[in-house]
Design a protein. Structure first.
Length: 242
């Protein structure tokens, strides 16, 4: 499984540099991958809003397609090197199902959060916007929180469901799911704490006001808690025998 890949293979490939190297190299990859993910999300949102002439539906469609396509490319490119989690919830799920050593969890999550923030800042630079911003886009309420639970549940189920297939299958599965979930969830499917934190620092189309970010993160963790028994079942059972 590429996204959420079992990371036990990585120490063999990186043992020469010792523990620090083993932890640092995949974390660096996660930093770069998550930065590019946020560039795709925020950058395409800015471009879409500028070109859509006030048509919010068209802007959302462009944002969704760009994000889904970027996810496919990023998973294919970075999956063999770090698992291409780009998402603390995915990393935590991998650790909870035995696919990632616990000492890797903190470096991964920090790299994802910092990478996401850097990606947002680079998007602002590209589009000649102030680098430092706080979003004023409200996203709160029961419907939004339930949407994030559903989006995260579905994302993790998609990742684990693709585990017995090829890297390409996982990449296209995740890209297709997120593209669709932009439209069938009320929250537009953040499903990612690193993305949520980073997007709170962008007062653009893709933003979320900082006061609403904790509710999204808690809902995403709730989605993980609900889907975890299924992930463990699928991890323990041979493909096709769940």
């Amino acid at each position: 499984m590429s996204v959420g890949a079992a990371m036990d293979e990585l120490p063999e490939r990186r043992a020469v540099g010792g523990l620090a190297c083993w932890l640092a190299e995949p974390a660096l990859v996660e930093f770069v991958a998550t930065a590019f993910l946020l560039i795709a999300i925020v950058g395409s949102g800015i471009m879409a809003e500028r070109l859509a002439a006030g048509n919010v539906a068209l802007a959302l469609l462009a944002n969704a397609i760009a994000t889904g396509c970027a996810l496919v490319a990023l998973i294919l490119a970075f999956g063999p090197h770090s698992g291409a989690h780009m998402n603390p919830v995915v990393t935590l799920a991998v650790a909870l199902t035995g696919g990632l050593r616990w000492q890797s969890l903190f470096p991964y999550v920090v790299a994802q959060i910092v990478g996401g923030i850097v990606g947002v800042w680079l998007s602002h630079v590209m589009f000649d916007l102030p680098v430092l911003q706080l979003s004023t886009h409200p996203r709160h309420g029961l419907g939004q929180w339930v949407a994030e639970v559903i989006a995260t549940f579905g994302l993790l189920a998609t990742i684990w469901g693709c585990r017995s297939q090829t890297t390409a299958a996982a990449a296209f599965g995740v890209g297709a799911y997120i593209t669709g979930a932009y439209w069938f969830t009320a929250s537009t499917a953040f499903a990612n704490p690193a993305v949520t934190i980073a997007r709170s620092l962008s007062n653009t189309f893709a933003g979320i006001q900082p006061i609403d970010a904790p509710g999204f993160v808690l809902a995403q963790l709730g989605g993980l808690a609900l889907v975890l028994p299924l992930l463990r079942l699928w991890t323990a059972a041979p493909p096709g025998q769940e």
